[in-house]
Structures are given as C-alpha cells and as structure tokens.
Design a protein around this ligand. Structure first.
Ligand code: FRU
Length: 468
C-alpha cells in the first residue's frame, strides 16, 4: 500500500483500508505504544465492530498489525481500554510475563434486534505476547447489563491509593464507576451526572486520570464524549476537573468545558502504563464527527486519528483548564524550517507546521489553492472562527460547511501553531489552551497562505510523511 491516495493523511494515523472510528486500548508496553481502534474490515462505513491494531515506537510512525479482536458469540467488539496486569491480579499472565488485558464492550446485535435492553456487556481478552495474539476470557462477560441499552466503553486504570482497578463506564447520560481486585469481578461504586453538564446526546468513551498543575496541585480529570450536542453540532468531548477519592468523582468546576472546539475530535482517551520516567499523559482522538464521518470523500479507507497530544493542567483565577500540546516527537518530521515574511506566502509543501504570532486581536489567515478554494481562520477578538464552507469538497453533507466558532471569553491570542495535513487542520492557540481540529478536502493542495494581523516574522516547517 502506498498511503498516497487523494486526501490520505501523511502524518496522521489511518487504517490501510475500510472503516475506522474510536481509538481503543491504548497502552504502552516494552518499548511499544499500542493503538487499537474500532474497525469494520468489510466496508468503508460502520458495521460489526472489531479491534484493529497498530504499534509505534515514537507515537508518530505506525506499523499496522493484524486485527486483534473479532466479534464472537457475545457480540461485536465496541470501544474499551487495555492495561498491563503487572501484579497478575487476574491470574491471566504471570508476574514475570504480565498479561496485557483488554476490557471492551460486547454489543450483541441479536439482543438489540429482539428489542432487549441488556445487549451491551463488558468482556475481557488477554495477550501474553506483546499484543500479537489474543485470547478471550472464558468467563465473559465480566460485567452484565443492569438493563440499560447504553452501557459501554470501559476505561480501566489501577488506583494506587485503594489498590484496586477502577472502571469508568458510560451509562446513557451518566458515568458509572466500578471497582475490581482482579479485572474479573466488578462492583458498582458511584455515578456522576451533574445537572449543569452537557446532555445534548448520549455519553460515551469516558476517561478518568490525574493531572498536576505547574504549582503542584493534583486534580482528577474526567473526559466524557457526547454525541450529538457538541459545540459545532454532532460529536465532541467535554471534560470535568475535580477530585476522585477511590469511590466518587466530584467536579470542582461547574461549567461545561470542551477539550477541542473543532468539529472533528471525538472519543479520545489517554494511554495507560506510560513509564513514570516519561510522565506525560498522552492522548489521541478520532478525527471525525458522527454527523458525516461515513460519507467523507475518501477511498479505500475512512477516518484518521488526531496527532498525539500531551495533556497538561493549568489554573488561572479559580478555574482549571486542560491544555493539549502536540507531542514533541512530531518535531522529528521537520525537513526544512523557513521564516515567513509578508502577507502572501507561497506554500511549496503540502505538509506543514506553522507558528504564527498575531499582533492584533483581530487577524485572519487564508489558505488558498489554484481552484479558488479557501480555508479561513479568523479572530474577531471575541471569537475564533474556522470557515471550511469553500475549503474544497463539502457537499457530501449539508452541515459540513457550517462555520466553526470558539468563544474566546477574554482570551488574548498570542500565538498559534497549526498542523496542516492533506485533509485536516489542527489549530493550537496559546500553547494549546484552546484547540480546533477539523477535517477538510481541498480538491488540490493549498499552495498559498494570506496573512493579516500578524508579526512580520513567523515560522513554517515542512514536514515529511510518516509512511515513506
Ligand atoms: C463512540 C461509539 C462508542 C461505541 C463505538 C462503537 O464513537 O459510539 O460509544 O463503543 O463508538 O463503534
């Protein structure tokens, strides 16, 4: 496979062919970052789900591996997580060779068809050969449904203080927490569903993890993806900042927070088992939106992941903010770095990282191509707006060209870092305090950039493809 088809992402992960959605089971083990993903190998639209699989040594270059998990008599394999059972609490490995354990949702299409309400359950599978081969646990499912249709997306971690596994689970419009001594027996702990949260759609793909501010204050972050109900319509990820005592999560802040203001970052969660010597909280999201992901004009695959990001917590006044930064490993893709000066810049590369400093609260940057298509990012001072109405192919769905708008709420934009791939733009404002991720399908590569409201001296880096 050449990975060189029209719109094929050149520095983002995408499957060789067919349909992909959520990232799943991200875990680091023995020099390899594993990325599993929701995969339907028989079509470029969603269908009976499997877990596709890839590995990376640097989170940037990926090696595609065979499908890890296939549907079985319990159902299709929906989203979930993976852990390394170092203490062999499950007995599925040994202490010398711990098992990699995947915890996922079984979606039973037969039960669903029959009109039952208990067709989503949680199952596990394990590998003792670095994720190369997988065995389903014979006692599956390990967590049965209480009779709620939406009962899915288990994200599991080892909680040091209470010395047990904790599972966050999406249960329709709340997150339920469960605990287990051994990954096999699960006990309900508590539910989280504050009245002021975003409930425009079903809650999916939770993640609970600690982050520490620069001042040394530790807080727990809860990610909850919702579909629909995102700020640009369709799917998006909200998050909460609070405390977790091993049983209950309480939110300190009481306003809706979006991890990414763009239309195309969904179902993202973080890697488990990242070495302490690294210490980063590493994230990847699905660069798509359920409103149109199944009709985007790509072939023979559909969907890509965001660039990997490291997550950080900042505190300003009494409010907390999760910051997303492109991982530093991406710098290794730079081939040439150029100063950009003037108002109209010729882009003689397709893959770019651009660093810009506005000198006004109102600015605009416009990517154009010979076909008169344009992709516009502009700030009015109050809002940051991304316009893709005329950015290329847009008419596969009626809302795709809608303006995307982020409220700046008094934020003064000092710097922008932009990653441009063949079919996506990721905008990081003020070091990642505000992010907009969006897919685009220009019929020819953008070959010029117009700048208004910026310093004269900015930087542009040409990037190389991860596939060649
Ligand atoms: C999120 C989601 C999950 C589910 C999976 C099915 O995009 O709907 O809730 O497990 O996709 O593919």
């Amino acid at each position: 496979l050449s990975f060189n088809e029209p719109f094929r992402p050149q520095f983002h992960f995408s499957p060789p062919s067919q349909w992909m959605n959520d990232p799943n089971g991200m875990v680091y083990w023995d020099g390899e970052y594993h990325l599993f993903y929701q995969y339907y190998p028989d079509s470029t639209v969603w269908g009976p789900m499997h877990w596709g699989h890839a590995i990376s040594k640097d989170l940037v270059h990926w090696e595609h591996l065979p499908i890890a998990l296939y549907p079985d008599e319990n159902g299709w394999i929906f989203s979930g997580s993976a852990v390394i059972d170092s203490e062999n609490t499950s007995g599925l490995g040994t202490k010398d060779n711990p098992a990699m354990v995947a915890i996922f949702t079984y979606h039973d299409p037969i039960g669903e068809k029959e009109g039952r309400d208990d067709f989503q359950t949680q199952g596990i599978a394990y590998s003792t050969d670095k994720g190369r081969s997988w065995t389903k646990y014979e006692g599956n499912p390990v967590l049965k449904s209480p009779g709620i249709k939406d009962f899915r997306d288990p994200k599991v971690f080892w909680h040091e203080d209470s010395e047990r596994w904790i599972m966050s689970l999406s249960v329709m419009d709340k997150i339920s927490f469960y605990s287990s001594p051994n990954l096999l027996d699960w006990k309900h702990l508590s539910d989280f569903n504050p009245s002021w949260a975003a409930y425009g759609g079903v809650w999916e793909c939770p993640d609970l993890f600690p982050l520490t501010t620069a001042e040394g204050e530790e807080k727990w972050i809860l990610f909850v993806s919702i579909n629909p109900g995102g700020p640009q319509g369709g799917s998006a990820t909200q998050y909460f900042v609070g405390d977790f005592d091993g049983k209950t999560f309480t939110s300190t802040t009481q306003s809706v927070k979006w991890l990414d203001w763009g239309a195309d970052n969904y179902a993202g969660v973080t890697w488990s088992n990242v070495p302490e010597s690294d210490g980063r909280r590493l994230f990847i999201g699905w660069m798509g939106n359920w409103n149109y992901a199944q009709v985007v004009p790509t072939h023979p695959w559909r969907s890509a992941m965001t660039i990997p990001r490291s997550l950080h917590l900042s505190k300003e006044a009494e409010d907390y903010l999760v910051i997303s930064r492109p991982i530093s490993e991406l710098k290794n893709l730079r081939t040439e770095s150029l100063a950009i000066e003037g108002k109209t810049i010729a882009l003689d590369a397709e893959l770019l990282e651009i660093e810009l400093k506005p000198n006004s609260s109102q600015f605009q940057l416009t990517f154009t191509n010979p076909g008169s298509e344009e992709l516009v990012l502009k700030s009015t001072g109050e809002t940051l707006i991304l316009e893709r109405a005329n950015s290329g192919l847009v008419d596969f769905e009626k809302g795709f060209g809608n303006e995307q708008e982020a409220n700046l709420e008094g934020i003064r934009i000092n710097d922008l870092t932009i990653y441009l791939d063949r079919s996506s733009i990721e905008v990081f404002v003020n070091g990642g305090s505000l992010v907009m991720t969006s897919i685009v399908f220009p019929s020819a590569p953008y070959d010029a950039l117009q700048l208004e409201g910026f310093e004269n001296l900015n930087q542009m880096h040409h990037l190389k493809s991860i596939w060649r």
